[in-house]
Design a protein around this ligand. Structure first.
Ligand code: PGA
Length: 250
């Protein structure tokens, strides 16, 4: 899976042009090749409409509320997303955790709401640089997974995608090495296996995010436990993102 995370970028004209430029390549994503665009809220309906007959392409929201409905000015509920035919939602991106105070507990609520509406959560986890420097990344990521996912049934976990995004690699141009990515993805899968069993763990897509670009995508995606990428900066450039889609395992 190649998931584009546009973040707070692009006006509508540029957004439409970007999707058009990517679609005109006519890439037919294979079994592992689902392509997702996580676009800003105002563009969701336009984007869903654009992709409606394109097999293998889907739209994601970048966030959702942890409340069901009511007096929460400025928030967007999962039910609203479902009502406009959204199938995926990014949950717990490190920018939301850092700048908007999202906690593991809130993310557990968001994940439950998504799953109840048949929206696949793309759950982000990953450590900051100081944690990596003292070799605390495994404990840190395990705790994120425990706090936000451990309450799920095996069935629900299998409808969840995990994105490992080391914060020190996001938007910095500093990508994790293939060894670092593979080690952490293997670790995450072993945490999942410990809780839900190996059969379940093997079925979960674990994406890598953090300065994925055309030039490093193939190498990262060749790691046994890396099932694709969550891509920020490089997803805003059609030629880059097209190469990233083409780098997915077939
Ligand atoms: P980046 O962002 O590819 O620009 O590092 C990734 C992300 O934040 O999802």
């Amino acid at each position: 899976m190649a998931a584009a995370n546009w973040k707070m970028n692009l006006t509508i004209d540029k957004a439409q042009a970007l999707i058009n430029d990517i679609l005109k390549e006519g890439i037919l994503p294979g079994e592992n090749g689902q392509v997702i665009f996580a676009v800003p809220f105002p563009y969701l309906m336009v984007a869903v409409d654009k992709l409606k007959n394109r097999k293998g392409y889907a739209i994601a929201a970048q966030n959702c509320s942890d409340k069901t409905s009511g007096a929460y000015t400025g928030e967007t509920s999962v039910e609203m997303l479902r009502s406009i035919l959204i199938n995926y939602c990014v949950v717990g991106h490190s920018e939301r955790r850092e700048y908007f105070g999202e906690t593991n507990g809130m993310l557990a609520e968001k994940i439950d709401l998504c799953l109840a509406q048949n929206i696949i959560p793309i759950f982000c986890c990953g450590e900051a640089l100081d944690i990596r420097e003292r070799d605390g990344q495994n404990d840190f990521v395990r705790k994120q997974i425990e706090d936000s996912l451990y309450h799920l049934s095996a069935e629900h976990l299998q409808q969840t995608i995990i994105a490992y995004e080391p914060i020190w690699a996001i938007g910095t141009g500093k990508t994790a090495t293939t060894e670092q990515a593979q080690q952490m993805h293997y670790f995450i899968r072993s945490v999942l296996a410990g809780k839900w069993g190996e059969n379940v763990a093997e079925k979960i897509s674990i994406l890598y995010g953090g300065s994925v670009k055309a030039s490093n995508a193939k190498e990262l995606f060749s790691c046994a436990d890396v099932d694709g990428g969550l891509v920020g900066g490089a997803s805003l450039v059609a030629t880059e993102f097209v190469q990233i889609i083409n780098a997915l395992k077939h």
